[in-house]
Design a protein around this ligand. Structure first.
Ligand SMILES: NC(=O)c1ccc[n+]([C@@H]2O[C@H](COP(=O)([O-])OP(=O)(O)OC[C@H]3O[C@@H](n4cnc5c(N)ncnc54)[C@H](OP(=O)(O)O)[C@@H]3O)[C@@H](O)[C@H]2O)c1
Length: 336
């Protein structure tokens, strides 16, 4: 422990809460970004609860080790390579998920994220944070859409869960962040707010996507409006690997250190930070558009159902610009 690295918090709520979740046997649950942090805890818990866990990770020794951990515990798990910085990898992953899930997909948890990364473009030309955190999840959800309809028709329900952040607050959605403007979105120079503004926009996008998707299902797929649920959670400040990755990626200015220190000072354990996505993915009592997280700005605590944060104009902007980015005119398949 040091001034900049406070002590690792103990888990307070997760263990008892996870025990209250019923068996997930018979379900297939796909999770992006489960090599570490909240995604890894969710993957382990879903395995314990009897689900088939589809781990959507970019290939690395971390991804192999995370898969092996689940297999060693006797859980039903498989790894499908999926690099969210690359649309072609996401499309390839979608094809593989479709192949692996002829019985449909019960839950997709769009968990993966990067935070406070430099102002660089992906190979597709978008901001690395916006593409990883939102655009690729938007593309993935669209590309495997028929699997949710299949699961809902055969087993009564399917869910899409997005992982936002307390950092979603700050500025209204700006279309520039969703366009092919990677490398030209505020830079990394003084005063250093650019990397945090890009993260804020991507985490706001996660929540707006949740509401936009629920509305789009009601309009274009009305049969599924009650049983394909679009949900969101935010973990609250959580002591995962995320903060050290920001530092490694160049977030070393005073402002970066201050933001990371404030997060870690009030953070809870990775398990407690996973409560929201576990609730949204597996709790039988959820309703579409539910948003779970600790209450209070920048505070840790158990995941509660939070008040909705609707903004129709921002949701429409998000939808239009995201479709443009993935070069589609429709989110849902047009031939079914
Ligand atoms: N920790 C917090 O305080 C906090 C607060 C608010 C919101 N959140 C959100 O919570 C979510 C989980 O974060 P965490 O705290 O658990 O952090 P984490 O431990 O760093 O986990 C992030 C995961 O995302 C994956 N990922 C990153 N880039 C990827 C890419 N291009 N393709 C595929 N996977 C990629 C990482 O995999 P690799 O091993 O391949 O890098 C890792 O598995 C994120 O969406 C984050 O924004 C966290």
């Amino acid at each position: 422990m040091s001034f900049w690295n406070p002590v690792t918090p103990q888990t307070q709520y997760y263990t008892a809460y996870a025990k209250s979740i019923p068996s997930q046997e018979g379900k297939s649950i796909a999770i992006t970004g489960c090599t570490s942090g909240t995604g890894k805890v969710l993957a382990r818990t879903c395995g314990q609860l009897g689900a088939r866990v589809i781990m959507l990770n970019r290939l690395s020794s971390r991804a192999e080790a995370a898969l092996q951990e689940l297999l060693d515990q006797g859980f039903n798990a498989l790894l499908i390579p999926c690099d969210l910085q690359d649309f072609s990898s996401v499309k390839q992953a979608a094809k593989e998920i479709i192949k692996q899930c002829p019985e449909g997909l019960d839950v997709l948890c769009n968990n993966a994220g990067v935070m406070g990364i430099n102002d660089i473009a992906t190979r597709d030309g978008f901001d690395v944070q916006m593409q990883t955190n939102h655009l690729s999840h938007f593309l993935l959800t669209s590309a495997i859409w028929p699997l949710f309809e299949k699961a809902a028709a055969e087993r009564g329900e399917a869910r899409i869960v997005n992982h936002s952040s307390g950092a979603r607050r700050g500025s209204p959605l700006d279309a520039a962040y969703l366009g092919p403007n990677g490398g030209a979105l505020g830079g990394d120079g003084f005063p250093g707010i650019g990397r945090w503004r890009r993260y804020q926009q991507s985490k706001l996008a996660n929540l707006l996507f949740t509401y936009g998707l629920a509305d789009a299902i009601a309009e274009h797929r009305p049969t599924f409006k009650d049983n394909i649920k679009s949900l969101c959670a935010h973990p609250g400040p959580t002591d995962s690997g995320l903060q050290s990755k920001t530092t490694k990626a160049g977030g070393t200015r005073f402002l970066d250190k201050l933001i990371l220190w404030r997060t870690l000072r009030s953070a809870h354990s990775v398990e407690d930070g996973t409560m929201g996505i576990l609730r949204a993915s597996c709790d039988p009592s959820v309703q579409s558009m539910d948003f779970f997280g600790p209450e209070g700005r920048g505070k840790a605590g158990p995941a509660e159902r939070l008040p909705a944060e609707r903004d129709q104009d921002a949701e429409t902007l998000l939808w239009t610009e995201s479709l443009k980015a993935i070069q589609q005119t429709s989110f849902f398949p047009t031939n079914t």
